[in-house]
Structures are given as C-alpha cells and as structure tokens.
Write a protein of this length. Structure first.
Length: 438
C-alpha cells in the first residue's frame, strides 16, 4: 500500500486483534484512522486479566505459529516471547491417563493405542500431510475421520484432537479443511503459549497502531453506521457523537455487526450473518499457589469434550512458584448447555489431573459461554472458502474483519488475515474515490 490516502478518513469499530491490525495497515497506507472500542480495555477476546499477578487469558489461548497470524505480526513489527507446550496426556474412556501420541516418541510409548492403531495413525498422519485442505472443505470432520480409519480408538483420539482444533464439539458440521490445514501447520510449526498472556500481543498491536498514527478511543461504543446516498458516511456512537468517514471497518463478532449495519440496506449480509454457526466454550480459569502435579500439565479428554492446560509450566504467567491452569469444555451449537454441569465436569478433570488444587487455589473464574470463534467453517457451505467476504456489494465502503471472515486460517489466524484483507480493500476503495474526485 502506498502513502497517498492523506485525505481519507477511516473508522474501525472494535479494538481486538483484528481491529488493531486493520487500523495499523490503514494508517500506514496514509488514512486517518480512529478506532472505537466499547470496552474500557483493549483486546476483546484476546485480553488478559491479571488478578494478584496471575495472567489469566479469557480461556485457554495458544498462538499457532507458521500461519497468517505470524505473518501479520511480523509485517506489523509485533514481537513477543513465548514457551512451547510439551508433555501432553490423553485421558481414555476409563479415566486413565496416557502419553498423547503427538510425537514419534510418545506414539511408541503410549498405551492409549495398540500396535495396529499406532500403525494406522502413522498412515493417517501421512494422509494428512498429503491432503490438500481446500479439497475437503465440503466434507465434515466426522465424515473425514470415519472415512479415514475404521479403528474405534483411533477415531476417538482423532475426534478429541479435532475438538481441540475447532474449540467445538460439532464435528459433524465442522469442515475438514480446517482440521487438515491446522494439523499440517502444527506438525511443522510450534504452538506458542505467550509470556504475560495474549495481552502481550494486544500491547504490541496497540503500539504498532499508535506508532502509525492511529487514534484509539476506548469506552467508545459504536451504535450504528450512518448512511448517505447508499454509502456509509460515518459512525454514530452511543454517547451521541458522530464520526464522519470515507470507509468503515467493522472488526467485531457477527452478532455486533447485526446491530451496527442499518437493517434496510444489507438484507443479504444480514441473512449470511444470521446463518453463521458461532462456536462457544465453557472456560474454567484457575490461579494456584503451586501446581500439584507438574508431570500432568496438559490433558486431552478422548471421551468427553474437555481439555486442560497448565500454561504456566511453559510460559511466564504466574508469580514465582504459582500456576495458571485453563480448562475448556467444547459446547455443541445445537445442544443446550447447563453451566452447573459444565463447571462440574471441568472441576472433575482438574481433580483428576491436579489433585489437591482446591487447597492451593488463589483465584478461579468460570466463564460459562465464551465466544471462541465468530463462525464455525461448516462443510455444507464449503468450509473456510465459504466464510463471509471482507466486503459486501450492498455497502461498498464498509469492510469486515474477524475470525468469521475470509477464506484464510482459523481463530486468530483468520482474524489477522481478514484484518489485512479488509484494510487492503478499504485502501483500494479510498484510492478509487480519490481518483474519481480528481
Ligand atoms: C476461550 C477462547 C479460547 C481461544 N483460543 C484461541 C487459541 O488458542 N488460538 C487462537 O488463535 N485463537 C483463540 N481464540 C480466538 C481468538 O481469541 C479470537 O479469534 C480473536 O481474539 C478475535 O479477535 P477479533 O479482534 O476479531 O474479535 P474480538 O476479540 O471479539 O474483538 C472485537 C472487539 O470489538 C469490540 N466491539 C464490539 N462491538 C462494538 C461496538 N458496538 N463499538 C465498539 N466496539 C465494539 C469488542 O468489545 C471487542 O473488543 C480463543 C477465543 C476464546 C474465547
């Protein structure tokens, strides 16, 4: 992008990862950018809370390196330090813990699978390595797993891995392209637990944005995009103010977009957003004075949709000697969740993996229904390629960024890839407007 947009003004709604990244790209291209964030704190779902010096992300967060997210952070000059998780365990249907067969060494020594399962798992990994992800966007992950192996224990193992990949129990809806692409990515690139929590990424993005000249307003809630002649003219805030803009980037989850875009102008967009399947998880975030069982830091549950990770074993997240443990329950979009039983299920997993944790607990919080992903890529709309575009024909100077937008990546990778795409489209649209006016 070249710096020729000095008369152009953009409002970005939302200061999560995607809003901050989009704002920086736009400002670097010369647009005058204001970011509106309704919360008093930046970061959205990537924010970290720090009670008594423990860095608690809003649910277990791991940065998957080697994808669009890493690329965008590099382009924006955002660096961070991190640790790499190891010593994964799998809990079987009878409640026993085994090495999780993610490495060759653990595959050899695990008692989760028998010899025939192990041989078949090697074949499955080889198939994953050869598979072109985009070829299976129309196949559900449960169908892909069922077609790939008939061995029951191996299927259960792959399903637990897939649930953790998607943050969802809805494998019969979730498209296999995400599972394939993410598995390929993690086989080649390490997963990072970020020192200080994801707030470190937010702080880096904030610094990049402000260095590029972006104005960030927190506690500034956008109420609606205003229109003139069928185009966006700016944004009205809940406090009554109005900001004028040549382009608007909406970097919020889909539910918020429905409030921001006037109902009459974009019926197709509204229908698309209404049809999306959001991904929710129940989270138990726990700070401990010490970790009772350091040898059992990460547990995938092969039987139930649960996952536990003591992230402080690998990253700087707790004061000396202390520990931060995150537990997730993957919810199903078509099943009614009962918060009390979700919490009990997470506490039971913690009782097993970290016995005695109740005696050393310093802080705990239960978030019964966190939005993990704005939209699950689903097989019946072609997977990642079927997600909404960062632009709509119905409002040509409004653009979208978030983990529900665009064909690239999943989770933060999708948020950051779509932020870059939305910013590029906005800059191109602003250039066309300038040329037309010249
Ligand atoms: C429990 C959990 C675990 C996760 N684990 C991972 C993981 O391991 N790896 C990974 O890559 N990703 C993970 N994610 C997903 C990741 O957090 C998100 O993809 C990413 O943070 C999305 O960023 P975003 O900026 O697109 O959206 P958000 O973070 O939702 O930001 C949107 C922002 O818009 C603001 N906003 C909304 N409406 C308005 C309005 N009207 N006016 C002004 N501001 C508004 C919100 O306050 C918010 O700050 C996880 C998410 C959760 C919840």
């Amino acid at each position: 992008m070249n710096a020729s947009q000095s008369e152009q003004r953009t409002v970005v709604i939302g200061a999560g990862l995607s809003g901050l990244a989009a704002a920086t790209y736009l400002a670097r291209a010369g647009s005058a950018v204001t970011v509106l964030e309704k919360s008093g704190k930046l970061g959205g779902r990537a924010a970290t809370d720090t009670p008594r010096g423990f860095a608690l992300n809003r649910g277990a967060h791991a940065f998957y390196t080697g994808g669009a997210g890493s690329q965008v952070l590099r382009e924006l000059g955002v660096s961070y330090s991190a640790g790499i998780p190891r010593r994964y365990l799998a809990r079987d249907a009878r409640g026993r813990l085994h090495p999780f067969p993610a490495t060759a060494k653990d595959l050899l020594r695990t008692s989760l699978l028998d010899a025939a399962d192990k041989a078949d798992l090697l074949r499955v990994f080889a198939r994953i390595a050869m598979q072109r992800a985009s070829d299976v966007g129309h196949v559900s992950t449960s169908d892909w797993i069922a077609q790939t192996t008939h061995r029951p224990k191996l299927r259960s193992f792959l399903e637990s891995f897939a649930r953790t990949t998607f943050y969802s129990a809805a494998l019969e809806l979730a498209s296999a392209d995400v599972f394939i692409a993410r598995t390929q990515q993690t086989l080649q690139h390490p997963v990072h637990y970020v020192d200080g929590g994801w707030q470190s990424l937010v702080a880096g993005l904030r610094h990049a944005a402000e260095s590029a000249g972006v104005e960030i307003q927190s506690a500034a809630s956008a109420s609606q995009i205003t229109l003139r002649n069928g185009r966006a003219a700016g944004v009205r805030l809940h406090d009554g103010r109005q900001l004028f803009a040549d382009a608007v980037v909406v970097a919020t989850p889909p539910e918020d977009v429905l409030h921001l875009v006037p109902a009459q102008v974009a019926p197709r967009l509204r229908q698309t957003l209404t049809d999306l399947v959001p991904v929710h998880v129940a989270c138990l975030d726990v700070a401990l004075a010490r970790l009772p069982m350091p040898s059992q830091p990460i547990v995938f549950d092969v039987e139930q949709p649960r996952f536990m990770t003591a992230q402080s074993e690998f990253a700087r997240l707790a004061p000396d000697g202390g520990a931060v443990v995150h537990l997730l329950r993957h919810l199903h979009p078509r099943e009614l969740a009962d918060p009390a039983s979700e919490r009990a299920a997470l506490e039971a997993l913690l009782d097993q993996a970290q016995p005695g944790w109740r005696d050393v607990v310093t802080e705990q919080r239960f978030l019964p229904r966190m939005l993990a992903v704005g939209a699950l890529p689903v097989a019946n709309s072609g997977g990642m390629a079927g997600r909404p575009s960062p632009r709509t024909d119905e409002l040509t100077n409004v653009f979208f960024a978030g983990d529900w937008v665009g064909p690239e990546g999943y989770l933060a990778d999708a948020a950051l890839a779509s932020a870059r795409a939305a910013a590029r489209l906005a800059v191109a649209a602003q250039s066309r407007t300038l040329l037309a006016a010249a």
